[in-house]
Design a protein around this ligand. Structure first.
Ligand code: SUG
Length: 417
């Protein structure tokens, strides 16, 4: 079995819009009511996947969910035509594009039955995200349907909020070896909600059969959440033996350090001090919401959004780090501005799964040729613009539904219709 890191990116859906639904996510609030560009957004996402392939990485996809979510509205006793605008916005949200929130993943070397475990996130804190999980679970059950290698779990009960891999980090000497799993939860975020609950993280660690001695529950600092780090992946990211984090990411950074140093030979913390990059700059630039990856050439690479290059403190820090021979050897810049305007950077758009690509349903894997075909479907079918005032307009709804249908047909995934 050749275990590799596979990044599964959510294809940005045809209903992508700026409804300002995520309190505590500064970009979402700032851009509320702006006109979105779903076609450009989806093409940006596909280009990011091409950039990953060019680095020599394995790439997968998830498809947009059925929007408007008519079943959810029906359970609320209403319809897209008749519901209040706030419900229409939630039912039309394309938020499943942020695949880092799809599930928490524990690769096979970490679990007691030797399977890769995935628990779909309940996303219960934000109404527009709370109805994603059934559609996401349906995809996980197909993509990772090989029961010899995967175990896919239902969400943890909604008493405890769970936002998936965005609050989970794995450290290991090599992807295919047993790792350390770090679950980051929030207790308080000042004025903003803490979305990940400790009990949810503990439940997932149990369900995945992790070794308690190699599992750590880490409190996110209140300061980070209050500054706009609504998920841990806005202030920290891990890859292999490297933890790249802002100095204010965790409530007790020394405890994290001690745990990792004791258990992982060669562990490296790359910490960015506030004096170099104030937390506000880290959040607007999404320096840490980057993909930290190990391409086959062995040069650890950080895939950052354009906004990182445009933020002087951040770019200066990156240049200094690479020049000083730090663990991050290369920086790649990708344009995902449409997603960024809703608080979703390169890392939000992907779910990392360490597995043998041969064991994944091939309909969820992509190469350059398939990305070209997907781009064509997007160019032909995705709306050019969406004004949130139009979310209940029959013509838009028809276009959004037809676009998804065309995509599912192109991928031979009509069973998800
Ligand atoms: O949950 N934005 C998403 C962004 C998720 C980013 N994911 C990670 N950090 N992994 C959220 O806040 C905005 C939707 C709107 O306002 O229309 C939104 O849901």
């Amino acid at each position: 079995m050749a275990l590799r890191e596979i990044n599964f990116d959510g294809i940005i859906g045809p209903s992508h819009n700026y409804a300002g639904l995520s309190f505590g996510n500064l970009a979402s609030t700032k851009n509320a009511g702006q006109i979105s560009q779903p076609r450009a957004a989806a093409l940006q996402g596909l280009d990011k996947m091409r950039a990953n392939l060019a680095l020599g990485l394995a790439q997968g996809i998830f498809v947009p969910l059925s929007r408007p979510n008519r079943d959810w509205l029906s359970a609320l006793g209403t319809t897209i035509e008749e519901c209040e605008p706030v419900l229409a916005a939630a039912a039309m949200s394309a938020s499943a594009m942020w695949a880092a929130n799809a599930a928490t993943v524990s690769p096979a070397p970490d679990t007691n039955d030797g399977k890769t475990h995935l628990t779909v996130a309940n996303l219960r804190t934000m109404p527009h995200r709370s109805h994603e999980w059934p559609g996401t679970l349906a995809q996980l059950r197909i993509a990772f349907g090989d029961r010899k290698h995967f175990a896919v779990h239902d969400p943890v009960p909604p008493a405890f909020g769970d936002e998936g891999a965005a609050n989970h980090m794995r450290l290991t000497s090599k992807h295919g070896e047993q790792g350390l799993e770090l679950f980051v939860y929030g207790v308080t975020g000042g004025a903003f909600p803490a979305r990940q609950h400790l009990q949810a993280s503990k439940a997932i660690a149990q369900l995945h059969g992790l070794d308690p001695d190699r599992t750590l529950f880490v409190e996110q600092s209140e300061e980070a959440i209050a500054a706009g780090a609504f998920h841990n992946d806005v202030v920290a990211v891990a890859n292999e033996n490297v933890l790249f984090a802002h100095e204010l990411a965790f409530a007790d950074r020394n405890a994290v350090l001690a745990f990792c140093e004791k258990r992982l030979p060669g562990f490296e913390l790359v910490e960015v001090p506030s004096a170099d990059v104030p937390i506000g700059d880290a959040i607007t630039s999404y320096l840490f919401n980057a993909q930290l990856v190990s391409p086959p050439d062995g040069e650890m690479t950080l895939v950052v959004p354009t906004e990182a290059r445009e933020t002087p403190t951040v770019w200066a820090w990156l240049e200094k780090h690479v020049a000083s021979n730090g663990p991050i050897r290369r920086v790649e810049v990708v344009d995902v501005r449409q997603s960024m305007a809703n608080g979703g950077g390169p890392a939000c758009l992907r779910l990392r799964v360490v597995a043998d690509p041969e064991t994944v349903d091939p309909r969820f894997m992509v190469d350059d040729g398939k990305l070209d075909r997907l781009s064509e479907v997007v160019r032909r079918n995705w709306p050019v613009e969406i004004d949130t005032a139009d979310l209940q307009k029959p013509a838009l709804i028809k276009d959004v539904e037809a676009a998804r249908k065309a995509l599912l047909e192109g991928l031979d995934l009509t069973q998800l219709a």
